[in-house]
Design a protein around this ligand. Sequence first.
Ligand code: MN
Length: 492
Amino acid sequence: MPKVFFYAIIKTLMDELKPTIGLEIHAELKTRTKMFCDSLNDPDETRPNVNVCPVCMGHPGCLPTINKKAVESVIRVGLALGSNIAPVTKFDRKNYFYPDLPKGYQISQYDQPLVSGGEMHGVRITRVHLEEDTGKLLHELPAVEGEQREDRPDASFVDYNRASVPLMELVTEPDLRSAEDVIKFAKELQLILRTLGVSEANMEKGQMRVEVNLSLNMGTKVELKNINSFKAVELAVAYEIKRQKEMIEKGEKIKQETRGWDEKKQATFSQRSKEEAHDYRYFPEPDLPPFETSVFDIDGLRATLPEMSEAKRERFANEYKLDKERVELLVLDKELSDYFEQAVSELKEYSATCPVQTLYNYLTTDLKALMKESEALIADLKFTPRHFAHLVALAGDQKITSRMAKDILTKMFESGLDPEEIMANEGISVSGDEDAEAAVKKVIEANPQAVADYKKGKTASAQFLFGKAMGELKGRGNPQKLKELIEKYLKP
Ligand code: MN
């Protein structure tokens, strides 16, 4: 067979190598106490080993008790994803040794997960179960102000504050095909967890951890783990798809293993060969009985779910006639979208035309710029959504110029006053019709060339004259009125 022909066949095979990707996502739940004891679940605690007790440290003879709030949180996640809530569920021991696991086993769920099934963005959910987190290994002691610490390059340290913090694990079917799919899914899940208020789900803080199972053409599975940002996950998945394609092209075998992400080299690297489920010697947790989820008011929990992102997208598109990009910006920011909705509801009172688009623009450009400049949050704003709506109505109905609107907004930002109050205080007023007429007359007399040009069909001349007239009025003209007058005077 000619070499070129052979190569062509191989090349065709390569092009058909399809990535098959499934995800395992862990998220720390926002509860007051840990999963099986009364120790505090405080992610902001900086002193090591203060939120610990004999139960989460696995002292012999200590019995765990189930954190009801954690179970409820996972049930709510299941309801939001349209999943099935198991009528009966139980906990199991997953046995392995590691210094960050004080008990020598993790209490998890094996064959009867709390939640199963459901779907998000076309990706099927296999299961969502509940377990406990591990402690944190530190290979360098963090510096503490005012404290002298011995340098111990030969030692590692362990902080058990996080040990036994409630953790949910969501597993998907291998329905994803690309790095973009992975990021889209993970970000949407993060949004859902935040909307439900069950987790902060901050990747950088390790509150949400995305593990990727990836294979080409359903071949050997490689797991990507310990990656702590969306960007790094995206890069690692793209890198791994390319790496495996090239290996198959060269006729090399892909090893079943766990790989991490090397930020410096921008490459994945082998961490360890993958363990099998039977290595963990799962067995039912003897200290916790199976329990019925009917002890929770499931229908009540379903009825009180907040509006989820997908429903919000649809509603914002229909109700406010915003395009996809604008809707997304609002849906991703609850504080901003709440403010937007409050302001829109006030806008109707001030303006018959109800310029929602104008409100969106002032909110996301001018106001956001002011906030960014002084590092203010929506909660820090001194003026109310009603004041903001009033300003937008004045600008949207062209009672003030956009220049004036921006100045007034800056003053509102500083003082928290209503725009009309600021206009009265500062002597900002829109010029009267007589002034406007005088200004337009003056400008038309002074610029015969522009008038002649306009009559020859150069419509831009009207804009030039408008600018001149506004200048005469020191920026205080009523733009709508000025436009009308200029048109009137230019007409033969
Ligand atoms: Mn897990």
